[in-house]
Design a protein around this ligand. Sequence first.
Ligand SMILES: [Zn+2]
Length: 127
Amino acid sequence: MYTCFNCGAAWDSSLRQPAVKETCEGCGAYLHCCRNCTYHRQGYPNACYIPDTEKIADRRRANFCDEFEFISVTTREKRAGAPRKGDATLAALLGEGSDTPESTSGVKEWLGTSDKVPEEFDDLFED
Ligand SMILES: [Zn+2]
């Protein structure tokens, strides 16, 4: 099964690949983009596991990459690894949401106990 990187909606198709301009039924995000690709990796050149792929400016927008392969939901979950708590913490770090003492302690707790930065975190700083 394949899901949208943005809203998590299942991509209901008998095909293995979305069309380049295909969008998510749930949120309208492009499906044929790095964020939905199994080869998208932080820390690699062009944030891609495949060498010498076309330079992509926006990992959320549709690309024409020949190497695109929709990441399966199981692989996505495995990669995500970190608990969902990380997402809330990230919002706190960026000053989104509340500035209550509660969220601040959440940041400290997370930074203190996790040695792995979620992939989502890296994405914010690329390019
Ligand atoms: Zn979506």
